[in-house]
Design a binder for this molecule. Sequence first.
Ligand code: TTP
Length: 201
Amino acid sequence: MAMILASQSPRRRELLGQMGFSFTVRPARGEELPHPELTPAQLVEELARQKALEVSAGADADDVVVAADTVVAVDGTVLGKPRDRAHAAEMLSALSGREHTVYTGVAVKRGEKLLVEHEATLVRFRPLTQREIHLYIQTGEPMDKAGGYGIQGYGALLVEGIRGDYFNVVGLPICRLGRMLAQVGEDALARCAETCVEKER
Ligand SMILES: Cc1cn([C@H]2C[C@H](O)[C@@H](COP(=O)(O)OP(=O)(O)OP(=O)(O)O)O2)c(=O)[nH]c1=O
């Protein structure tokens, strides 16, 4: 068995590593076309499913493929990654002083079995001035991230609080993924315990 992470995201790489699995990375090329007819939850599930199916086409039957997709939703608008700095400023203004929801869809595929779920986390931003938005964009952090911020970086300075899974905001809901992997026969805790016992010897 090999585990394959169908993602180019360095955050997802780190989070899957944190679960104790060894894995290879094979990003999906997948086109992320707009789907205005889907809710944010349906959208992230659909995109995660597409990435998992694309990458599993070249995998062995026993391989476990993990894929994910993250968007931010505020006022019925879905925010992906900003196109440029002006777009990032628009997104951050929309998030300033209020609560939004971060959705991550997760797909796990092994052989014929395909599981697709999503996790939602509420995130509250403190009110931001235009100057603060400008300074934050200058850090370069917003550009490759849904909603134009990274809670795990300088973006922490903008976040008053969250309700739900923190890791979901970073891009991979570890607890939910752990349960999904157990359903396809990969028990993260058992594996971690085994590794730790080995280290103690
Ligand atoms: C809201 C938020 C998003 N993000 C990131 C997670 C995702 O990497 C990115 C959303 O883009 P995605 O399209 O979900 O993922 P990706 O293009 O980076 O990688 P791939 O499609 O190959 O899996 O935003 C953070 O790192 N921190 C945050 O606080």
